[in-house]
Design a protein around this ligand. Structure first.
Ligand code: PHE
Ligand code: ZN
Ligand code: ZN
Length: 312
């Protein structure tokens, strides 16, 4: 009996400690199941395998990727639309998905590019961002999330050729629609095999006012997981650049590409110092074998944390 009471007391203390450490917004956001994100990555790999090994702009693997993501969102009740544009003599496509409800004058957007380079299947770049925002979208519906703000997702074409799809999207919007978008969060590479846990540095001159709050929310997401993040100066190297150019506050997370992990970074994150974050960046070996599942999982949880906190 005394043992049972002691055990119950220990369990109570453990439960209290957990609850006290978690901020309310953390409790609200779902923990994203990385197995679901990995299953989406497997689908992108299959699409590349069936279409000449890539999912690049103007190639059949790109449109197959759009159609597959669209089918998942349609089944979950999103309002989807495929926007066409022309670049380099080929038709490109953006997939836009609106979650029903929320204040249409206060829009929060999440996005990532769905195209790969021609040299490989693009599973880390950017199957990871694409699959993670897809799973977060599906979990909005599964958890019956009712955000105050309207939430919209974008999967962009032809990022690898110079942010072409996201630029076409913002160019298509009248100023009134641009002004309704209060935040844009970008996810491009989140499962790098020798991973970083980085948040876009909002102090760069191209990041509009309001971006610092998004940066802080993403940093808080990593803190909630007990992961030490750091800021990274990505300037306009991905689709957030198209939104920043229109004055929309932007943010994002990044697990690293062609740069080399330092000894200090390996000390806090594990992995291998002196080796690139992604040694298969833009190569044929950027397959489902080129993914660190812990990184994929943590970045996906931070995406959910930031969306729930920003849109609630
Ligand atoms: N946009 C780069 C690419 O797709 C990768 C990148 C993402 C670089 C985010 C910096 C920041 O190749
Ligand atoms: Zn990319
Ligand atoms: Zn790339």
């Amino acid at each position: 009996m005394r043992i049972l009471i002691a055990l119950a007391a220990a369990l109570t203390v453990a439960g209290t400690t957990t609850a006290a450490q978690a901020a309310p917004t953390v409790l609200a956001a779902p923990n994203i199941n990385v197995a679901n994100v990995q299953s989406h990555l497997n689908q992108f790999q299959s699409i590349a395998n069936a279409n000449g090994g890539n999912r690049a702009h103007g190639r059949p693997g790109y449109l197959a990727s759009v159609n597959w993501v669209k089918s998942k969102l349609d089944a979950a009740g999103f309002t989807t639309r495929v926007q066409s544009f022309t670049y380099n003599g080929a038709t490109g496509y953006n997939l836009i998905a609106d979650y029903p409800g929320g204040d249409a004058n206060n829009v929060v957007m999440l996005g990532g590019h769905l195209d790969s380079v021609t040299s490989g299947p693009g599973i880390n770049d950017n199957g990871t961002g694409s699959a993670s925002i897809l799973e977060v979208a599906l979990q909005m519906k599964a958890t019956n999330f009712k955000p105050a703000k309207h939430v919209r997702f974008g999967w962009w074409g032809a990022e690898e050729l110079g942010l072409r799809g996201s630029r076409a999207y913002v160019a298509s919007l009248p100023a009134t629609e641009i002004s309704k978008i209060k935040a844009y969060l970008n996810f491009d590479m989140t499962g790098s095999p020798n991973p970083a846990y980085q948040v876009y540095d909002a102090s760069h001159s191209t990041f509009p006012p309001g971006s610092a709050a998004l940066q802080q929310r993403l940093q808080a997401g990593f803190t909630s997981l007990n992961v030490q993040s750091e800021l990274v100066d990505v300037q306009g190297r991905s689709d957030h650049g198209s939104f920043a150019a229109k004055g929309i506050p932007v943010g994002g997370t990044f697990s690293g590409a062609e740069k080399t992990k330092t000894a200090a970074q390996a000390a806090k994150w594990g992995g291998t110092a002196g080796q690139r974050f992604d040694r298969c960046y833009h190569q044929a070996c950027d397959t489902t074998s080129n993914i660190n599942a812990t990184s994929l999982d943590r970045h996906a949880d931070v995406i959910a944390y930031a969306l729930w906190a920003t849109a609630a």
